[in-house]
Design a protein around this ligand. Structure first.
Ligand SMILES: [Fe+2]
Length: 358
């Protein structure tokens, strides 16, 4: 089997380079995103220190007592954008992904998972809707969002958390605009084709915490995150050193390959459903999951199988404005390829899809 590697692209070419270097970066970004749905970005402008610090804040937040975190519990009515704290098991990406597969009825759905020891290939052909995820998370959006305001704990509970998170959000916003601009250039689209639809800061910054778990608890019913695609235009992700993130290999559908943790500052970017819609399916969203890290699989220490350590990750979901169209752009529609997706606003799309995840 050939080595599977998601390319690394250097954003300093785009930030500091001349027009030729900017074009090189844009093309590399586009090629990897079209081929894999994913790309790894370095030198994007957010310092390693800041990334280290947000992981520290995340640990502090999730290690607060449950009754404190419950003060900002996300009210899961099924469709509102997530704000505040969501407890372990509240979200189901399996349902989210299953909902994209029309014609599959619940009675047809059975787990079908095989994990091979040598190659760490996880084959999943059918998706079960009632799977449980061992994950809690915190969500926030742009500070201008009065329709769905953020939920913050009192400063006395976690002093400095809010100001750091708001600052980090803005930095992620700058990187995401850079990436969307590069996509416009590489696809020969008019300036603003993507970026002008992402100005209202409907993006969401999330802190994920996967508690430590016994290996034997990972089963066809329970996992860290089931296979799914994200809802926004793109997702920018930072992960810690534990591992477990896997993406679908597009040359072997249904086969998942690990994305091992890279250098501290590495940002993993994936195409999400809104970009798939804008491009009329030309740039498909990347399917991914989080499961047992390959380094721990079947490893025993003194005859005991070690627990899977807790894991932290930090995604930034870049989303269309609530009132922006998420239908295919005219440049991706031809008589031979008419619109494959009904037009609707970003908020409508978000609410429809989110209603399927709870
Ligand atoms: Fe995801």
């Amino acid at each position: 089997m050939t080595e599977f590697e998601v390319p690394i692209v250097d954003a300093s070419l785009f930030l500091d380079g001349d027009s030729l270097k900017r074009q090189i970066f844009a093309n590399q970004l586009r090629d990897s995103l079209i081929q894999h749905g994913f790309v790894r970005v370095i030198n994007h402008g957010i310092s390693d220190d800041m990334i280290e610090e947000i992981f520290d804040w995340s640990k502090r937040f999730f290690h607060l007592p449950v009754d404190i975190k419950s003060e900002i519990l996300h009210f899961a009515d099924g469709s509102n954008p997530q704000r505040g704290w969501s407890s372990v098991g509240s979200e189901s990406t399996a349902k989210l992904f299953h909902a994209l597969k029309p014609g599959t009825s619940d009675k047809d759905i059975k787990p079908d998972i095989k994990v091979t020891n040598q190659s760490r290939i996880c084959m999943i052909s059918l998706y079960k809707t009632n799977r449980f995820q061992i994950k809690e998370h915190f969500d926030m959006s742009g500070t201008v969002d009065s329709k769905y305001p953020n939920k913050w704990l009192a400063e006395s509970s976690i002093s400095g958390f809010r100001s750091f998170m708001e600052d980090f959000y803005e930095r992620c916003n700058s990187v995401s605009m850079l990436l969307l601009e590069a996509m416009e250039i590489s696809l020969n689209l008019p300036a603003g084709s993507f970026t002008a639809k992402c100005q209202q800061k409907a993006h969401e910054l999330r802190l994920n915490h996967y508690p430590a778990v016994k290996q034997e608890r990972i089963s066809p019913e329970i996992n860290r995150v089931w296979p799914h695609t994200d809802l926004g235009a793109i997702t920018c992700l930072f992960q810690d050193t534990v591992g477990g993130l896997e993406i679908e290999d597009r040359t072997h559908r249904g086969t998942f390959r690990p994305i091992p943790p890279g250098p501290r500052g590495e940002m993993i970017v994936n195409i999400s459903e809104t970009m798939q819609r804008w491009s009329n399916g030309m740039i498909p969203a990347g399917v991914h999951q989080v499961t047992l890290p390959p380094s721990l699989e079947n490893k025993s220490v003194n005859g005991n199988i070690p627990n899977i350590p807790e894991r932290y990750s930090i995604p930034y979901f870049v989303k269309a404005d609530y009132n922006a169209s998420v239908g295919p752009l005219p440049q991706f529609q031809q008589s031979s390829a008419p619109s494959a997706y009904p037009d609707m606003t970003g908020l409508e799309f978000h609410r429809r899809r989110l209603a399927q995840a709870y």
